[in-house]
Design a protein around this ligand. Sequence first.
Ligand code: HDD
Length: 705
Amino acid sequence: MNEKLKELDKNREDSIDQFLTTNQGLRVSDDQNSLKAGDRGPSLLEDFILREKITHFDHERIPERVVHARGAAAHGIFEAYDSNSEFTKAHFLQPGVKTPVFTRFSTVAGSRGSTDLARDVRGFAVKFYTQEGVFDLVGNNMPVFFIQDAIKFPDLIHAVKPEPNNEIPQAASAHDTFWDFISITPESMHMIMWVMSDRAIPRSLRMMEGFGVHTFRFINKEGKARFVKFHWKPMLGVHSVVWDEAQLISGRDPDFHRRDLWDSIENGDFPEWELGVQIVEEEDEHKFDFDLLDATKIIPEELVPVTKLGKMTLNRNPDNYFAETEQVAFHLGHLVPGLDFTNDPLLQGRLFSYTDTQLKRLGGPNFHEIPINRSVAPVHNNQRDGHMRQEINKGQTSYSPNTIAKGCPFQAGQDMSGFTSYAERVDGQKVRARSKSFIDHYSQALLFWNSMTDTEKTHIVKALRFELGKVKMEEIRKRMLIQLAQVDQKLAVLVGNGLGLQVPSAKDVQLNLGVPADADPADYQSEPAKSDVGSSEALSMDKPQNKGIKTRQIAILAADGASGAQLTAMKEALMAEGAMVKLVAPHLGMLKPDSGEAMKIDGSLQTEASVLYDAVYVPGGQSSVDTLKQEPDAVRFVREAFMHCKPIAASGEGVDFLKATEKMGADGLLDSEGVISGQNSDDVPQQFIEAIGKHRFWSREKSLV
Ligand code: HDD
């Protein structure tokens, strides 16, 4: 058990074999009836047991996070690799050091009860309980952001949240206010490419990358500073679902991502990520054609590769959602020696916002004492009192300097792990302005577009058609087409085709942006995209990742009379590769195969759908196949798997079922890539496993580009 989990133990409560008590420890003899004046009479005010129970209930809710309200989290461990000391003195990054972590993933726009499958950025926040204090790496699953300056954050969030008059739509950016804002915020265009890409609809939280977004600093023992950008790389590869599937999952299982994270940890399939950094020497700060302080820019991995620092393994689910996942409080200002900030104006504003929001959300300045937030490094200072103070500070003094307590608690020098800010030279006039080095808003949006495969480009075009299709005001759609044309004319035309709109001509750009007359044009304009931006392979997800099929969810679709031999052979082969196999049948209970013992059915066609699975297999057995053909839900199961480009396999008579499905709205199914149909059933498992490893077969989709 890691140190943080041990520390949490003293706060854990378990009611098994215990008496029910009030909060004062009084045993309660009747928790079902309130105290009344006669059994048909009014309840009595003196019933302190009733009052305590109801009062506590009345106060159960705290404000949800103003952004990132919906999330799921897990405990784990981070183990540093061998080679980091040269770059940072941070203790948790020294060779072999193991540090407890608590990691929370989230969507951004939706409320606490919204669907996991919203098209949205995902938060990726990691709390490291290091020996030198808490370090929070509060990032996202996309490496850039919508805006360059924190002062615009409330506007961005007001625009994307449900509209204030009718609180519609929930957890969706597809509405007028969001696109109104975006259409006159060119700096958002790079991020828009990411959010409209498949990155915004991950297959699972375990298959997402994470990014610190801003440029931070590493400081080593000698005091040498370097710029760094943080990356989390999932060991299972980076994968997404398709948009139609995301929408269906939102109905079938809005907890899809949360459940997947929970289940995989319960099953012992611990999610893992490698942490890495792109390192830039201080003297190279200005060698790029973008500004390292601009959070709308990446450093292409081709220019600066990612150096791996260590591995995070999430290996324990929380015991209590509220106590841990809801009350965890992240903050960029939770920092340890060996790390420091930069002057990125988005980062600088965040440094204020996170403490402020915790004060509101968790109710006072003692949120660091809530068990999940407590540092494992000892805490001693002269801060005192406040709502819900837990610590019982001893002694006469709570000030510094003092003599009565012999100067305690002491300040620590650098050699005692004391934090000192990096002594960056700062020299400038006080101005409310944006650096001209932030002005190119389109080149990296084009870099992203160029780096996508045709499939990924098609998905971006469709996403934009969907989002802008939900926008009611035509002038907003047109302004968006103008913006997109600044990135790539073809992209704008393709989106325009879907909207039935011509791309307005370039000379209308300024006119149509609707820039307020008194605005500073620098906030709204950009240099045109550079012509030679090239592409970056690291940005595409549509490439062989060779990560196997571990933890992939596979449905075996069968009915009574299915071939016991084929079913068992497939199940065993898949499980040997670490996949999770579920038997789905028309009814729950036991399935009687044509040979061997009855098998437990994991889900019926009433509760299951292929969108909840990565692939589907139909074994032979005439009577099984005959039954399935009569079940519209079984046909739909395979048809949807086909539409969503998933691997499908059948053996023996199972192939007849695929033929029947093909006739019912799945044209070309049997000849498609990723569909394995073998009368010779022995080969099917191996081919199926290879196909699942490829995730999706996009050749089934109509390309738009
Ligand atoms: Fe933020 C929460 C990530 C910009 C203000 N943010 C929050 C969370 C994540 C991020 C992952 C959820 C933490 C959790 O799980 O509890 N935020 C980002 C990233 C940003 C970013 C990667 C840009 C690079 N955020 C940003 C700005 C501001 C905020 C510019 C304000 C000026 N963010 C907040 C907040 C939240 C928050 C209001 C809401 C709940 C919380 O902090 O604890 O303070």
